[in-house]
Design a protein around this ligand. Sequence first.
Ligand code: FAD
Length: 330
Amino acid sequence: MATGIWVIAEQKDGKLKKVSLEMLSKAREMAGGEQVTALLLGSGVEGLAAGMGPYGADKVLVFDAPVLKEYTTDAYTKVIVDAVKEGGPAILLGPATATGKDLLPRVAARLNTGLASDCVNLRMEGGKLLATRPIYAGKCIVDASVPDALPQMASVRPNVLAVGDADASKKAEVVKKDANVTDADLKAILKEIVRGASETVDLTEASIIVAGGRAMKEKSNFKILWDLAQVLGPGTTVGASRAAVDSGYAEHSMQVGQTGKVVNPNLYIACGISGAIQHLAGMRTSKVIVAINKDPEAPIFQKADYGIVGDLFKVVPLLTEEIRKLKAQD
Ligand code: FAD
């Protein structure tokens, strides 16, 4: 019989992504007496396994192999599908990150099960997983379930679920597993990863985002947003609307919205962004939204917790200066 909750942990460059701990904390809360198992894939990542016990993992299955150094769809799918077929979990969770969005639908298809994607909450009801997810670009929220197929799968949006308190006394059993991936399993070969200059902090994991829209007028003007991001401190990064990206002011990796990234920072500062539905789809679940716009009728103000009506080229440098002064007093 299928039992237990499995969590596909995500790491990047040898660091565990926060969403992995968010999923583990939720899995622990839902598991009751059942086992929570994390799957960790990568190369030279075994050392990360111990860090998952305090957040709820009873067991960590570690697949540590050179072929898993960088994420590839074929290799990761093969390893996870083989492991699930062998272990038979009742529930399989993964992150709704760029990697997870590529990986999880394929894993679900190979396992012939369903996937509730991009969930903002999870709960158990009568032994079934109920996954809460936004639909219609975030206008409605529904509870979805995969009632008859196993494992029940869901992907979890980063930065939404809370990370539980670490319990240092909890140790996970670490089990090393072989990654049975051969050349024949790889239909595409990863040659090189070219990172964008802006990818210092992953937008989807940032705790603060300063975003610029069409009103930025040109690429070099984004400097004032980076300056603000810098004084706001670590965990802050800069995003952009599609209009800003399409105009060449910002890289596509910075785009927030329906066709960009979905973000959930603690603070989202929208500078010269009108608040089109497709932009809101990517940031409406931010915990606090501040909008700076010179048009008092701009739709973004209907979503904003705090609104500043004014010219962003005056307001943003002033904000930067004031925050710098405040921080200097600390
Ligand atoms: P605008 O709508 O032009 O707004 C600019 C704002 O800046 C205005 O409100 C103006 O009052 C204000 N402003 C101007 N000058 C200043 C100043 N000096 N100081 C302060 N405020 C000023 N958009 C996204 O963002 N992300 C997506 O993922 C996305 N996906 C899409 C998918 C589809 C299928 C479609 C059809 C559209 C999508 N869009 C997306 C585009 C979206 O509809 C809007 O066109 C876009 O979000 C507008 O960007 P903006 O707010 O920067 O520009």
